[in-house]
Ligand binder design. Structure first.
Ligand code: PEP
Ligand code: MG
Length: 589
């Protein structure tokens, strides 16, 4: 093994997704799938072995599929049809027969033969004009991926089983994987995929671990046990750092951590501007135990409890009592503070484990409220659990991804059903529970005036509002340059929703990541938001920034900002007026 000082120090720039610095050994979690598949020749004597290896992988894939089908719950049976189709495809002549033929004829390894056959089949399907048939080529790809993962043994590592202090390096981490991170072992992570508002990076910020994403070919450029530095504030990864670099970053890490600890101590005071405006700063959580972090960082309640993580990484659905326990756990810790429980926002990038047919456009598919309205029994179970927890404190209900007035009416009707069923059983709940909607689909922002009378509050979810308004996948680094909360289109929408909220007496909150970025705070103050909710680690900085701003002053400046036509000019104007105040609060180096 070469001496570390003989290796070249390599600095790679990515996207800063969670601030802070960590230094440690790399631990590669997954590889870049089909890309890394190599072609090699098989001696005739090993042909039988090679075809048997392929058949064994097909059998494993088939067994896995049958197990998933058997575990699919009654209400989801229709989705298991697609899996049945996949099981049949596994034995299809086109895929199975041709791959064996290719191995035998060309004397090549099974992975390469499979890859070649799939490429030919895909090309064949793509020339077909019928969109249904054309889409079937996707099924072939999924089936072959399943076989390939058994052939290459590339099933990803189970993160919760990692037993040393490391920095994860992955092509991609799913939100479900990220939520298994054990803080005592995982110092930070680096991925190729992902952006500032991908759920994976949101979880990293909540956990308070540094993360850099958008590092192209991360798992090829970094090897297991390489020493790496992850600077999540600058968005850089340094591979094989020189001793001098290690010393510099070690010092920065210590300074960063002690500054953050010092502002966390003053964070229990409210965020009041220099001219006396109090804006409540709340915390976003994904797991009940994170409520402690919100309290430690001075959060004044929970502005967003993402409840979907109780449904991920498991083959079944949680029952009412299990959910009730999780909600009560949070409410009881903060009984006098608002706890905003968002109903299930499943799918999109938070797919139920093996239980949904793969959607071509998951972000535009059967996600969140759409899923819940199609599965009223699952939705009502959750609503009853939330209502039961409401007697222990100040619970609010928040519906995600509503895009039409009809969906709001339907959701409220199911909430009424849940209330009536509890009443009949003599179970107590808060009858005056506040109900709000996420404003995260542009159609809803535009009809904010229509729905205002039916809600107590709006909570603006900028992560999706920007994704859907700008037509930019929030996890795709290739188009991350378009993902800008300061785009005039977004600002106009925010202004409109804020005007409607004031006119109609609806409370206005924001819980998207835009609220947690200190750079946006002058703008959000000018819009007279009642509450901003963010990952707990961002609360102390946000409060520090707000305490040094005047609300009147932000309003004066924003009048000028709203006349600008380009995001870069808007950004420059904010930087010119507030840049110093903000950088001082983030990290006064
Ligand atoms: C949002 O879309 O801004 C939001 C807060 O919800 P999520 O990030 O869970 O989609
Ligand atoms: Mg959202």
């Amino acid at each position: 093994m070469p001496d570390r000082q003989e290796l070249n120090e390599i600095i790679i720039k990515g996207i800063c997704t969670s601030p802070g610095i960590c230094i440690g050994k790399a631990y590669i979690v997954d590889r870049e799938g089909v890309d890394v598949i190599k072609r090699y020749r098989i001696p005739k004597s090993s042909l039988q072995n090679e075809t048997n290896r392929f058949k064994a992988a097909v059998k494993q894939a088939k067994d896995e599929l049958h197990q998933i089908i058997a575990e699919t719950q009654e209400g989801l049976r229709q989705h298991s049809d697609i899996l049945e189709t996949h099981a049949v495809l596994l034995e299809d002549k086109m895929l199975f027969g041709r791959t064996i033929e290719t191995i035998e004829k060309e004397l090549i390894n099974a992975e390469w033969a499979l890859k070649k056959v799939v490429a030919t089949v895909k090309a064949m399907f793509q020339d077909i004009s019928d969109p249904y048939l054309r889409d079937r080529s996707l099924d072939i790809v999924h089936v072959s991926d399943r076989i390939m993962s058994y052939l290459t043994g590339a099933n990803s590592v189970n993160i919760s089983n990692i037993d040393k202090r490391v920095i994860l390096v992955a092509n991609d981490l799913s939100p479900a994987q990220t939520s298994q991170i054990n803080l005592e072992r995982i110092k930070g992570f680096v991925t190729a995929r992902g952006g500032v508002t991908s759920h994976t990076s949101i979880i990293a910020r909540t956990l308070g671990i540094p993360a850099v994403q958008g590092i192209v070919h991360a798992t090829r450029r970094i090897h297991n046990d390489d020493i790496i530095i992850v600077d999540g504030s600058a968005g850089t990864v340094i591979i094989n750092p020189l001793d001098q670099t290690l010393i510099i970053y070690g010092e920065r890490q210590t300074k960063f951590e002690s500054y953050r600890a010092s502002i966390a101590r003053t964070s229990h005071q409210p965020a009041v501007t220099t001219d006396g405006v109090h804006i409540k700063i709340m915390g976003n959580i994904e797991q009940p135990e994170q409520v402690v972090s919100v309290i430690d960082n001075g959060g004044e309640g929970i502005g967003l409890y993402r409840t979907e993580f109780q449904y991920l990484s498991r083959p079944d659905f949680p029952d009412e009592n299990e959910l009730f326990d999780k909600y009560r756990d949070v409410v009881e810790v903060m009984p006098s503070k608002p706890i905003t429980i968002r109903t299930l926002d499943i799918n999109g990038d938070k797919a139920l484990q093996n239980r949904m047919a793969t959607e071509i456009n998951p972000a535009l598919g059967l996600r969140a409220i759409r899923y819940c309205l199609k599965r009223p029994e699952i939705f009502k179970t959750q609503l009853r659990a939330i209502l039961r927890a409401s007697v222990f404190g100040k619970v609010r209900i928040l519906f995600p991804m509503i895009s039409t007035y009809d969906e709001l009416i339907a959701s409220r009707a199911l909430l009424n059903d849940a209330m009536e069923s509890l009443e009949k059983e003599g179970v107590e709940f808060d009858k005056a529970i506040e109900v709000g909607v996420m404003i995260e689909v542009p159609s809803l922002a535009i009809i904010a005036d229509i729905i205002a009378k039916d809600v107590d509050f709006f909570s603006i979810g900028t992560n999706d509002l920007i994704q859907y308004s700008m037509a930019v996948d929030r996890a795709n680094k290739e188009v991350a340059y378009l993902y800008n909360p300061l785009h005039p289109a977004i600002l106009r929408m925010l202004k409109y929703v804020s005007d409607v909220a004031k006119d109609q007496g609806v409370k206005l909150f924001m819980c998207g990541e835009m609220a947690g970025d200190p750079f946006n705070l002058p703008l959000l103050l000018s819009l007279e938001m009642d509450e901003l909710s963010m990952n707990p680690q961002s609360i102390p900085v946000a409060k520090t920034v707000i305490r040094s701003l005047s609300a009147e002053d932000t309003k004066r400046l924003m009048k000028k900002v709203f006349k600008l036509t380009q995001a870069k000019d808007i950004s420059e104007m904010i930087q010119k007026h507030y840049g110093d105040v903000i950088s001082k609060a983030v990290f006064p180096e």
